[in-house]
Design a protein around this ligand. Structure first.
Ligand code: 13P
Ligand code: SF4
Length: 338
């Protein structure tokens, strides 16, 4: 049975789109039939983007059909923030989680920011409230608060500076004094200790994805591939980071792999990252090991994106209080400067 959308496109348009999708998604085992099913949806989303003067930003943990089918830019939190700040588009559709879309709104308050999956939160962002930050400041007078970008906008508004996994050490080191309150990721705080010249007062949040990884599987894979390069996200436990070849942000992983002569890599992070690189890097690089899915990131699906673009529900349009935007922007400006 033909879908309603197929009627809007000619057979040759759908065939060409199917081939375009297959040329990218083949690397992650999509077949021609499944590409043909999504072809009218990606065609319509890409048509609507032009009509609306919109861009789609996707985090690297999104599925390959989102990243290679409809996204204009895919990357880490810092890269996505930079795109959101610099784009001339009127509307940004955020294929990612709420804190990322809120950061885009803080950076570009005049733009319409759409979040197709409005319940896509983050265990780190949910671990701390603005009241918790006020209490931390009261208990530690004069100590600057650095918040990880994986926080809600009102938490950022209570913080002195914001950072991403790509620049956390630089932002912490740039703060005055010999102590910093680092929120909310306690595992990242531990990993930063060796790279900063300050005492860190940490919160007890964790990422439900990265806390799952343990040294056992890294050691087991290394026995089979002694030249395996292991790249861990900074949100992992320090016993994982300590035996990895590199630790950092998802985009830090991309840079490392591009500069490496190695052929086998294990990315200790969410599954989407290895899939993105399987497509982008072709057959010369192999990505081994298990992965863990982020249940928040995976709430975004092509039909939901399309519905949101055609007629966004109120909860899919990101709105923030003006005062929160102004105060959170001060913290985010430090993140953007490093
Ligand atoms: P990156 O900024 O490194 O992509 O990380 C975002 C995130 O949510 C990691 O879990
Ligand atoms: Fe949050 Fe972890 Fe999911 Fe990233 S992977 S959005 S830190 S829960």
């Amino acid at each position: 049975m033909e879908s309603l959308l197929e009627l809007d496109f000619s057979r040759s348009e759908i065939d060409a789109e199917t081939e375009r999708l297959l040329s990218r998604l083949d690397a992650v085992h999509w077949n021609k039939d499944t590409c043909a099913i999504i072809a009218p949806i990606t065609l319509e989303i890409n048509r609507l983007k032009k009509e609306m003067n919109a861009i789609i930003l996707a985090h690297s943990y999104q599925t390959a059909d989102i990243i290679f089918g409809i996204a204009d830019f895919a990357g880490d939190s810092l890269g996505l923030s930079r795109e959101a700040a610099n784009t001339d588009a009127d509307t940004i559709i955020f294929c990612g989680v709420r804190f990322m879309a809120e950061t885009a709104k803080i950076l570009s308050p005049e733009k319409t920011i759409l979040l197709p999956a409005p319940n896509a939160g983050c265990s780190l962002a949910e671990s701390i409230t603005a009241a918790d930050v006020r209490k931390l400041k009261e208990d530690n007078p004069g100590v600057p608060v650095v918040c990880y970008v994986n926080t809600n906008a009102d938490v950022k508004a209570e913080s002195h500076a914001c950072c991403t996994s790509g620049n956390a050490a630089e932002v912490v080191n740039a703060q005055p004094g010999d102590k910093v309150i680092f929120i909310p990721d306690m595992l990242m705080a531990k990993n930063l200790e060796a790279h900063v010249d300050k005492e860190i007062i940490a919160w007890d949040g964790t990422c439900i994805v990265h806390e799952e990884f343990s040294p056992g599987s890294i050691e087991a894979w290394r026995k089979f591939h002694p030249d395996l390069k292991v790249l861990a996200h900074l949100e992992c436990d320090s016993d994982v980071v300590d035996i990895s070849d590199m630790a950092g942000s998802t985009e830090g992983m991309v840079k490392y792999i591009k500069q490496s002569d190695a052929t086998h890599f294990m990315l200790v992070t969410e599954c989407g990252m290895s899939d993105r690189l399987r497509v982008e890097m072709g057959k010369d690089r192999e990505f081994l090991g298990s992965c863990v899915l982020c249940p928040y990131m995976k709430q975004v699906e092509l039909p939901i994106v399309l519905e949101c673009m055609k007629s966004p529900r109120e909860d899919q349009i990101v709105t923030l209080d003006e005062d929160i935007i102004r105060r959170a922007k001060t913290a985010i400006d430090q993140m953007m400067a490093h």
